[in-house]
Every structure is written in structure tokens, then in C-alpha cells.
Design a protein around this ligand. Structure first.
Ligand code: UDP
Length: 464
């Protein structure tokens, strides 16, 4: 009998947007006949206008918005990501019971590592739980290794003395994660290393999430095996069954809105590979100082730029218009276009885009490489430094924006980085590599590709 998978979306746009492509992919296998996507009310309403779920229309996919009693909030710090209430647990159990009564019981529960608490719901209902990780296998390996790093003294989950290497992490290479040749300690997010440095019990939550990752039946990872073979081997080595099933961009591109006429006309007026596209994703913030340096550096490069500045782009809260000299906008006139949001995939697919100055979110990374666009990497937080290393060192599809010890950049750094990526030798090499990558990446989830076979294996194994 074909099965019913219940996919519980994690908080944050990346998680929400990852649900529909996964649902469609599962339905393309012989194992699944219908999917329910569960989105908790806060996440859904926060991302309503930007999330792909808002235009959900598939005959075999249903959307359930589950009340969570959480306040609406657009910020997604680690502690807010983990926010849970008893209502979330109880309402999810009630929903699964309802499916049972309606003779369409859930065969498995698929949820993010951040929603590790759903393990107890799956246990209560006697169904397997599968994790769905919408970022790299390397970052997943790093997070599930947190209890191990704790036993070695690099992570401290309670108030007390600093963990090992707290101030000297730049010099420490970890060799304690099996399967990975090297792992710089500085890539383990600092908020997850020391209880003293966080506002809530974040370290503790990740320790629990890491333990629950081992209790899950397996993990579906939105990456391709050839991108990170070491990390996939490492996960198997520590007893986790990973299925690389991505990237699933062929399943989401049709849901992407087209470019609006202003952007399209502007892009059409520029030569092939001449424009730098700049975006820091859906929730990364810059300081006001950084935003100003960014805007001035882009202008100084004299290259055309398309800059996304969200309403909530800065930590301090003032908008770009209040921060820049009055004549800035007339000065950049034809050179630059600044917008609050843009359909990124459609934009990256335009021939005029020659590079992407990115915070290295995993979705942005996959989208850029799928389109063959090289990256000027400017990681900010979370797992972005890991992605930056993959982009620059492992794959050679980008270069890193120079920053100070504190991680900030100047107008000069931006000018140099953009110019190097668009017209320098290093940028030329990265562009060539990105184009090669695009071909291989697009093959992975298609019939005959590794990610496609991996998805089919998962679908048949989960029903056994
Ligand atoms: N995005 C977009 N338009 C923008 C900025 C972002 O469509 O102006 C989308 C982008 O295509 C990607 C997602 O938002 O799918 C950002 O996800 P990512 O993992 O890169 O970063 P996050 O927002 O999770 O930090």
C-alpha cells in the first residue's frame, strides 16, 4: 500500500521552502501516495508572503497549519528556533490521531533536527521518525557531534568554566570527528559551544537534538553525495544513515515567482556576467556601518550591482536611505539597483549575473551553483563558515571576501572582492568551476543521478 508521509516543517524560510520540493520528490517514488505538510502557526504566518507554501497547489499534498501558542516574531535566533510549547506536541498528536481515524494513518514523520522533540510524538504513535536536514551534510555532522565535542571539553552545556579553545579556536583543528580529514573548531557555531555565551539553554537543546538524531531512523539531506563525500562517510561511521537527496531545485523552480519588470528591464540592459548580485538571505543582519561600507564599496567597484536590502537588514534598525549620503542614489543611478526582496532563483538564472556576494546560506549556495554563478563568500553566523570553506577550498567555485579579525569588512574589501570575482583571474577560474558544477549538480536529482537513486532507496527502505 502506498504510504502517507507527514512532513513537519521547521521554523525559518529555508525549512518552509524545503518542504514542497521534498513532498513532490517523495510523491515521484512508488512508495508515497500522499503527503501532509505540517507548519506551526508562528512559522507559517511569519513567512507567509515569502514562503513557497503560500501558493501550495498539488492534489496529493495537504497543508495543515497547527496552532502553537507562540507569539509572532520575525527573528530567528537559535533560542527562538527551538521555542516549543506543550500545545505544539499535543496538537501534533491530535492531528496524527485524526489521520488514523480518517483511515489515512501516517507511515512516517519527517522533521528537522531543530524539531527533534517530535521524536517523542513519533514514539507515542509507534511510527518511524526521519530527519530532514535542509543544509550541508558537513554542518549536520558538526551538530550531531556536539555531545562528542562536549566529552572532549570543546563544548560546555552549563554555566561554568570556558570550554577548551574558547579564545584560541582559530588555531585548533579538530581530529575527533570520525570521517572528516580536518575540522576547524571555529566552524562550530560559538553560540552552541558555551552556555555562558547564550541567552537561553541553546547548547543543551542542541545536545538533546544531537541525541535524538541518533534515535531517528535515518536522515534525508538536501545535498548531493559528490559535494561532501567525507561528511556522508563520517555520518555513516558514527551510526547515522544519511540519504543525500538534493538539491531538489528542479522541484521548486516552477514555484518561484518571475522577475518583476523593473528588475528584468534593468538586467536586460547589462552585458552577460557583468552584474554582482548581493543578498544576505532571509534573516542575516549587518551592522549599519557594514551596510554603508557595502553600498559605498559596490559603488567604488564601478561594476553594476543588484543589492537586496530587507526592511530588517540592520542590527540597529535604521534603513539604508537614512544612512547614506543624500546624493548616493543619484550617483549610482544606472550602476546599481536596490530592492527589498527579489525572486532569487529567477535572478540568478539571468545571463547578466556574473557573481553572487552571499552570506553562504545553504539554499543560496545551492541555487547559485545550480545556475553556474560563482560566489563572493561573506559568511555571518551559524553553519555559514562551513559552507564558505566548501565553496572556496573544496569546490573552488568562489572566493572569500576579506574581513578583519572581528569579521567586519570595509568599502575597500568590497571593491576588491567584487572586482576580483567579476573580472579577475581568480573570479574567472571560479566561474569556470561553477559552470562545471552546475551540470553535475543538475544531474544528481534526475533519473539515473545519485540523489535520485538515494531517494528511491529511502522510499523503499522506510516501508520495510
Ligand atoms: N531569497 C529570495 N530573495 C531574496 C533573498 C532570499 O528569494 O531577496 C531566498 C533564497 O532564494 C533562498 C532563501 O531565501 O532560497 C534563503 O535561504 P538561505 O539558506 O540561503 O539563507 P537563510 O535565509 O536561511 O539564512
Amino acid at each position: 500500500m502506498a504510504a502517507h508521509a507527514v512532513l513537519v516543517s521547521g521554523p525559518g524560510l529555508g525549512h518552509i521552502n524545503g518542504c514542497m520540493p521534498l513532498a513532490k520528490s517523495l510523491l515521484s517514488t512508488p512508495s508515497f501516495s500522499h503527503i501532509t505538510i505540517v507548519c506551526f502557526a508562528r512559522s507559517y504566518h511569519t513567512h507567509l508572503t515569502k514562503g513557497h507554501l503560500s501558493n501550495l497547489s498539488h492534489p496529493s499534498v495537504r497543508l495543515e497549519i497547527v496552532p502553537d501558542e507562540l507569539p509572532l516574531d520575525t527573528t530567528t535566533s537559535y533560542s527562538q528556533l527551538f521555542a516549543t510549547t506543550p500545545a505544539m506536541h499535543d496538537n501534533l498528536v491530535l492531528l496524527l490521531k485524526r489521520f488514523h481515524e480518517e483511515h489515512r494513518p501516517a507511515t512516517c514523520l519527517i522533521s528537522d533536527m531543530i524539531m527533534a522533540w517530535t521524536q517523542s510524538v513519533a514514539d507515542e504513535m509507534g511510527i518511524p521518525r526521519v530527519e530532514y536536514w535542509t543544509a550541508s551534510a558537513t554542518s549536520y555532522l558538526c551538530l550531531v557531534s556536539i555531545p562528542h565535542l562536549m566529552s572532549k571539553g570543546f563544548v560546555c552545556s552549563h554555566k561554568g568554566p570556558e570550554p577548551l579553545g574558547w579564545k584560541t579556536e582559530k588555531k585548533i583543528e579538530l581530529d575527533c570527528i570520525p570521517g572528516l580529514p580536518r575540522f576547524p573548531l571555529e566552524e562550530v557555531p560559538r553560540e552552541l559551544r558555551y552556555a555562558e555565551s547564550t541567552k537561553g539553554p541553546v547548547v543543551e537543546k542542541f545536545v538533546i537534538a544531537a541525541h535524538n538524531a541518533h534515535r531517528a531512523t535515518c536522515v534525508l539531506i538536501h545535498s548531493a553525495f559528490h559535494l561532501e563525500p567525507h561528511a556522508f562517510h563520517g555520518l555513516s561511521h558514527i551510526g547515522i544513515t544519511p540519504y543525500p537527496i538534493g538539491p531538489l531545485l528542479h522541484q521548486s523552480l516552477d514555484a518561484t515567482s518571475p522577475l518583476d519588470p523593473t528588475i528584468l528591464t534593468w538586467l536586460d540592459s547589462h552585458a552577460t556576467s557583468s552584474v554582482i548580485y548581493v543578498s544576505f538571505g532571509s534573516n542575516s543582519k549587518l551592522s549599519e556601518q557594514e551596510l554603508v561600507e557595502l553600498a559605498l564599496g559596490l559603488e567604488a567597484s564601478r561594476h553594476p550591482f543588484l543589492l537586496v536590502v530587507r526592511e530588517d537588514a540592520t542590527i540597529e534598525g535604521r534603513h539604508l536611505k537614512e544612512l547614506l549620503p543624500l546624493d548616493y542614489f543619484s550617483r549610482i543611478d544606472q550602476q546599481g539597483l536596490i530592492v527589498p526582496w527579489a525572486p532569487q532563483c529567477a535572478l540568478l538564472a539571468h545571463h547578466a549575473i556574473g557573481g553572487f556576494l552571499s552570506h553562504c546560506g545553504w539554499n543560496s549556495t545551492m541555487e547559485s551553483l545550480w545556475m553556474g554563478v560563482p560566489i563572493l563568500a561573506c559568511p555571518r553566523a551559524a553553519e555559514q563558515p562551513i559552507n564558505c570553506r566548501l565553496i572556496v577550498e573544496d569546490w573552488g567555485v568562489g572566493i572569500e571576501l576579506q574581513t578583519t579579525q572581528e569579521g567586519t569588512f570595509s568599502k575597500h574589501d568590497v571593491n576588491v572582492g567584487v572586482t576580483t570575482l567579476l573580472v579577475g583571474e581568480a573570479g574567472h577560474l571560479a566561474r569556470r568551476k561553477a559552470k562545471e558544477f552546475s551540470k553535475k549538480l543538475r544531474e544528481a536529482p534526475m533519473e539515473g543521478g545519485h540523489s535520485h537513486s538515494s531517494l528511491l532507496n529511502f522510499a523503499s527502505n522506510i516501508l520495510k
